[in-house]
Design a protein around this ligand. Structure first.
Ligand code: IMP
Length: 479
């Protein structure tokens, strides 16, 4: 059965990340998108970095504008997405340069609107946290969510009501003043903090240009559903970073699990019946916070990427490193940090937006069981499966032990205790053939097929898509 047939019953489909971001959601959405009429972002904002390709194979990295832009599908930036005006126009320009004609774009009139105060407030919070800083992306996301809930946020529609915008900016400035003063007094802070009149002026500069895109997106989405249109909801970040169901407080501030699709669009929950969870075969994490499957300490992994840039460039040095590391892993003598180094380089595990090195973990079934419980997906998409090529076997986490007891499937200790769980490993056989670029399940070596079936059995969810490389066609659709 082809994808079109498989997706026929789904008028809506929500795609969310199953790890801590960077699962390759962009690529999955890219593939699914052909079967939908519009793509909708309901969460996150400038902190996301989705890589997609145009039909001609040109690469596009987008943060705010949904991936639909690459395939000329209507793009909706719904109320749950944190909106940044300046970035939007930058992205619009770069999209135009790559795709030529951009599709219809709709921005919600009540989406929270970014101001420089959000960024300064984030700098203040991270400075106060000191060594316990969250390691955010510095895009003002936490403050945008918090300030909105505190009912102090300027929103997109205020761009057409200058007095309302100024009143709102003044209230925000006055509220944050002690924090801004603190920042100004700190030695390393060299920036100018603009007064609210100046910020209003800068934002209003864009108001005429943005007007044509702004509307009540909830109403528009509702009308589309009534017309029988199919809508794809593009999650940002991941369940591990969901403000409520992730590893709090080491999370982002959006609702990245499927409930966010309803909350962020104003469509009733009954509309959302199908979810695809995208998970990497070897999960990764940047920033701070617990990840039980991690092969190496977070900072060490990040430093490794920073200090060995030469290994991340295609060429002889990288190839030599990879073959020596693989040989050591297959001899059974590699430590977990050495395995981390191998996978970091092999997968070019560095952030699309921040360039920070990502820490790599082993396939983690108990974590995914939790994600499955929270999201109840119809399908899984497993990305980067080709990374296991050439290995004799790989450790897989099949359970967690906590306080001397094995945890039941789907349960996790509270996040502040997650770092104390003891992973229970099994070694699963891998395969020698390089499956890079494969797109037919039947052609996979038997151990690779068995690997997939084993995950499906443990999680009791079918794997619909299997990623085997960055290219457009490097994806297996398993019916
Ligand atoms: P914030 O979203 O900038 O507030 O960052 C909070 C945490 O989420 C940090 O650990 C970030 O590294 C992480 N994070 C936010 N967005 C992404 C993403 O798109 N991919 C991976 N990590 C992310």
């Amino acid at each position: 059965m082809d994808l079109k047939q498989i997706l026929k019953p789904d008028q809506t489909l929500v795609v969310v990340g199953g790890n801590w971001g960077d699962e390759g959601k962009g690529k999955v959405i890219d593939l699914l998108m052909a079967n939908f009429d519009a793509t909708v972002r309901f969460s996150g904002g400038a902190n996301a970095g989705h890589t997609v390709f145009t039909p001609e194979g040109k690469k596009l990295i987008s943060s705010l504008i949904p991936c639909g832009v690459a395939q000329n599908k209507t793009c909706v930036l719904a109320r749950g997405e944190f909106f940044n005006l300046e970035l939007f126009f930058k992205e619009l320009e770069s999209s135009k340069a790559i795709v030529g004609q951009v599709p219809e774009i709709l921005i919600d009139e009540q989406a929270p609107l970014w101001t420089p105060y959000h960024r300064f407030f984030e700098m203040y919070i991270e400075a106060i946290r000191g060594s316990k800083a969250l390691g955010t992306t510095n895009k003002g996301i936490g403050p945008m969510a918090g300030i909105y809930i505190l009912r102090l946020a300027p929103v997109v529609g205020y761009l057409f009501e200058p007095e309302l915008l100024k009143t709102s900016l003044k209230a925000l400035y006055d509220t944050l003043k002690p924090c801004l003063e603190y920042l100004k007094s700190s030695q390393d802070f060299k920036e100018e903090i603009p007064d609210f009149e100046k910020v209003a002026e800068e934002l209003l500069f864009y108001s005429a240009r943005v007007k044509e895109y702004v509307t009540d997106t909830s109403l528009w989405l509702d009308s589309q559903l009534k017309e029988g249109k199919k809508l794809l909801f593009e999650g940002a970040q991941a369940v591990g970073l969901d403000a409520w169901w992730g590893t709090y407080p080491y999370v982002s501030s959006g609702i990245s699990s499927p409930v966010g699709a309803s909350l962020g669009t104003g469509l009733p929950m009954s509309v959302f019946t199908s979810t695809v969870v995208v998970a990497k075969v070897l999960p990764t994490r940047v920033g701070n916070g617990p990840m039980p499957s991690e092969m190496w300490q977070r900072q060490a992994a990040m430093d490794f990427a920073r200090d060995h840039k030469e290994l991340f460039v295609k060429g002889e040095t990288r190839n030599k490193f990879l073959s020596a590391a693989l040989e050591k892993i297959n001899s059974g003598n590699a430590s977990h940090p050495e395995m981390s180094q191998y996978f970091q380089v092999l997968g070019d595990e560095r952030g699309a937006i921040t360039g920070r090195g990502r820490s790599v973990g082993f396939l983690d079934i108990p974590w995914l069981s939790y994600v499955v419980r929270i999201t109840k997906p119809k399908y899984l998409a497993l990305t980067r499966f080709d990374m296991l090529s050439g290995l004799k076997e790989t450790p897989v986490i099949v359970g967690y032990e906590h306080d001397g007891k094995k945890l039941p499937a789907g349960s996790l200790p509270p996040s502040w205790k997650l770092k104390d769980v003891k992973p229970i490993f099994e070694n699963w056989p891998c395969w020698q053939e390089n499956i890079f670029g494969y797109n037919d399940f039947a052609k996979l070596p038997k151990p690779a097929q068995d690997f997939i079936t084993r995950i499906e059995k443990l999680l009791a969810i079918p794997i619909l898509l299997i990623g085997t490389g960055p290219g457009r066609d490097a994806m297996i659709v398993k019916s």
